[in-house]
Structures are given as structure tokens and as C-alpha cells.
Write a protein that binds this ligand. Sequence first.
Ligand SMILES: [Zn+2]
Length: 199
Amino acid sequence: MVRVWQLAGGLLAAAIVVFLNLGQAAPTQALDPLSAANTQWQQASFPVENFQAYTSPFGYRSDPYGGDQRFHYGLDMAAPSGSYIRSWWGGQVIEVSDDSSCGTSVVVQSGNWMHIYCHMQGYVTQDGSGRYMLDNEGGLRIREGQLVDTGMRIGRIGMTGRTTGPHLHWGLKYNDNWVDPALVLRAMYSSQQAAIGGQ
Ligand SMILES: [Zn+2]
């Protein structure tokens, strides 16, 4: 599983480098390793149950509070409050937090990838074994250091932190560099469609 993951990560990293180097005018072929050619993406999990809409893309936008231009380091995905959030890929929980603009959040490390889930329900507390995110109503207790499987429920949509409505702010980093999650979702979709088509 780890080797499969590293292969997927390597291919995507290569694709992103190509994409960044060529900029907006990049021919679509440059993104091929991100799409159907990479069958590993079939295993990844869409991170939100009861997904409704993408409400804010990765990139510059007017700040919903102050109106000034700021970079938005993630993809906002709206869903009804209380909907479950699933881990995009298997890995290890490296941080739980509830004291930043990200609100109640969980960070998972999967190889070179870091995936960040913000504005969830619940709060962070601790016991003799360490810190954990507790969401009693959702039946969730996510501990720092614990391993999670792809698709495992790791939180629920809420409104903690800096947000104007219930949504998941989903952040992705590869080797400590922010990546547009929409690129990854597109690759997953293409790969899964190819599988359905029997390619
Ligand atoms: Zn956001």
C-alpha cells in the first residue's frame, strides 16, 4: 500500500511540476499523468458525504470578511451541517486543533502528502494518552498519532473557526507545497470514470 501510494504521489508531483512550468497555456496532454493514466487514484476517497457544491476555489479571492484580496489555500466544499467527512487517503493523524481560523481540524499525513480538514464539529481535549478531537454527537474520537484508512470518517461538517456557513475547507500539501485540491479531485474522477468504462 505504501509503495502504491508513493508511486501515485510521484506521478502527481511530476504532473504538477510540468503544470507549473508551462503555466496556463499548458496543453491538456501535460495533465495526463493526473488523470486516467494513473489508476491509483481509483482508490482515493471523496472527502465529503452529502456534498452540495464547491463554494470557493483554491487561489486569490476577496476575503469573505474584509473584502481584501487574499490567497485561499484550499477548496471549500459545502454540505449540510453534521455530514461526515472522510479521509481522502490512508495515513497518520499528525495534528488535531481547535484554536485557529481553521476551527476544529484534523491533519493527516500520507507519504509526502498532508491533508487538512477545517471547520468541523467537536473540540480538542486530552487524556493520559494524548490529544484528541472529540465529536460526541457524531460518535468520533480522532487521536493524534492514530492511523486512519482511506474513506474513514474523521469528522463532521460544522462551522468552527472562521467561516460564514457549514462547509469543509480541504487543504492539500505535497512536500510542504500547497496543491489545488481540484486538480486531485479531477484526477480521481477521470481515473474512476476510466475504470467504469473498462479501460
Ligand atoms: Zn476555505
